[in-house]
Design a protein around this ligand. Structure first.
Ligand code: NAD
Length: 423
């Protein structure tokens, strides 16, 4: 495994991790080695440079990527990340995980991902808009409603999706709703999309807790990351009666053993940009949050936060992976040995792509659903995927991650075999 030397959040090469996971799954689920050779590579990786006139009058050139991993089951789908640590191999790993996620959820998409190396927190709205529009133009031949459909990820939000939608549509000469998901409601977004990833994680966690004859009410939860996924998840968990003892963002965390008032925390973050100084809490570091005495740990920020260095000290009984790739494979083994139930990313955070699929369908039909309909259908799909994964986990006596990846890789393999290898 390549150890990443630069001081980023990535200690190990994420694409090598993803390839390694695939090979292990292929062994357990007896996937044909010919298929593994196809699936361990990404179909296409585009690298572009994005020159932007910054507010100070100078041109800055950003690096952007769009990667398609696989399209055997449908057009590729995946978010766009704006973060200083983005690398091509990170985007490739995230694209591969998207393929498995869509297959596990049974939605007709393949996997893709995009990223731009930038710090959106240091950029003005105008700079962000110009960068997004130029990036969209540079990848305009790669994306499209039947081809590859971007969505939000870390550092991007509905406004960024609106700029992508507008730039693409301007070039086509008409509005193309299906080119991107996670759009604002007034330009063809779906009700329930903003909350979808957190809703999916909540539905999945409810199922897991029910399987153990326990109740979410009264459980102590720690949430790392307080953005789209972590912020909504903390809110929903508290509404379900759980006690959110800690939450954090990139600047650090806050703790209150009797529970944090989540709506207050969200308002505080909105006002001040962070969680520090939140009333009735004490400060903790992100590392301390991961090791807190609690029932459920929800890593909802970035990859590789649970590693060999801290996995033996994680005290939660359940880890629900709101983030993509928060647990390294070696840490996974430690958690497994210690009997910690890990609800893997491809299952736990798939709510976002499921409602993105609903948004795409609604956009193609130009017919929009009620929010209850969106949430009910999301719950149905999440529960079905959870039960299929749980059955496989029990019948094969393996981990939830191996079961989820196994089901997904089998489905993608079957589609690939049915289509045949072109030419
Ligand atoms: P976001 O940008 O809305 O929020 C990210 C949060 O993580 C912020 O609160 C940020 O301060 C915090 N953070 C950043 N670096 C951190 C660090 N080193 N330590 C602790 N916190 C840190 O992003 P998001 O959309 O909530 O995405 C979070 C994770 O969920 C990512 O792994 C993403 O790939 C995954 N995910 C997102 C979606 C979605 O629909 N948005 C869907 C599936 C998976």
């Amino acid at each position: 495994m390549t150890i990443v030397e630069s001081p980023t959040h990535l200690r190990e090469n994420p694409f090598e991790i993803a390839q390694d996971q695939l090979r292990r799954v292929a062994e357990v689920f007896q996937i044909d080695q010919n298929l593994v050779r196809v699936l361990e590579q990404c179909k296409k990786a585009v690298s572009v440079s994005i020159p932007v006139y910054m507010d100070r009058g100078e041109i800055e050139v950003f690096q952007g990527y769009r990667v398609t991993h696989n399209i055997a089951r449908g057009p590729s789908k995946g978010g766009i990340r704006y973060h200083p640590d983005v690398t091509l191999d990170e985007v490739k790993a995230l694209a591969m995980w998207m393929t498995w996620k869509c297959a596990l959820m049974g939605i007709p998409f393949g996997g893709a991902k995009g990223g731009v190396v930038c710090d959106p927190k240091q950029m003005s709205r105008l700079e962000l808009e110009k960068m997004t529009r130029r990036f969209t133009s540079e990848i305009i031949n790669e994306i499209g409603p039947e081809k590859d459909i971007p969505a939000p990820d870390v550092g991007t939000d509905p406004s960024v999706m609106a700029w992508i939608f507008d730039t693409y549509s301007m070039n086509k000469g008409h509005s193309v709703l299906g080119v991107v998901t996670g759009k604002p409601l007034n330009v063809g977004g779906s009700l329930g999309r903003l909350e979808a990833t957190a809703h999916g994680a909540l539905y999945c966690l409810r199922e897991a807790i029910e399987k153990q004859d326990l109740a979410l009410a009264g459980m102590r939860v720690a949430v790392q990351g307080f953005g789209n996924v972590g912020g909504y998840l903390a809110r929903f968990l508290q509404e379900d009666g759980a006690i959110v003892v800690a939450a954090s963002d990139s600047r650090g965390g806050v703790y209150n053993g009797d529970g944090i008032d989540v709506p207050n925390a969200l308002a505080h973050k909105q006002e001040t940009g962070g969680l520090e100084g939140l009333k009735d809490t004490e400060s903790i570091t992100n590392e301390e949050l991961l090791l807190l005495e609690c029932d459920v740990l929800a890593p909802c920020a970035l990859e590789q936060v649970i590693t060999t260095e801290n996995a033996d000290k994680v005290r939660a009984k359940v880890v629900v992976e709101g983030a993509n790739g928060p647990t390294t494979p070696a840490a996974d083994e430690i958690l497994e040995d210690r009997g910690v139930l890990v609800l893997p990313d491809v299952l736990a955070n798939a709510g976002g792509v499921v409602v993105s699929y609903f948004e795409w369908v609604q956009g193609l039909q130009e017919y929009f659903w009620k929010e209850e309909e969106v949430n009910q259908r999301l719950n149905d799909i999440t529960s079905r995927a959870f039960h299929e994964t749980w059955e496989t986990y029990k019948s094969r006596d393996t981990t939830m991650r191996m079961a989820a990846y196994g089901l997904a890789v089998q489905r993608v393999s079957e589609a690939t075999m049915t289509r045949g290898l072109y030419p």
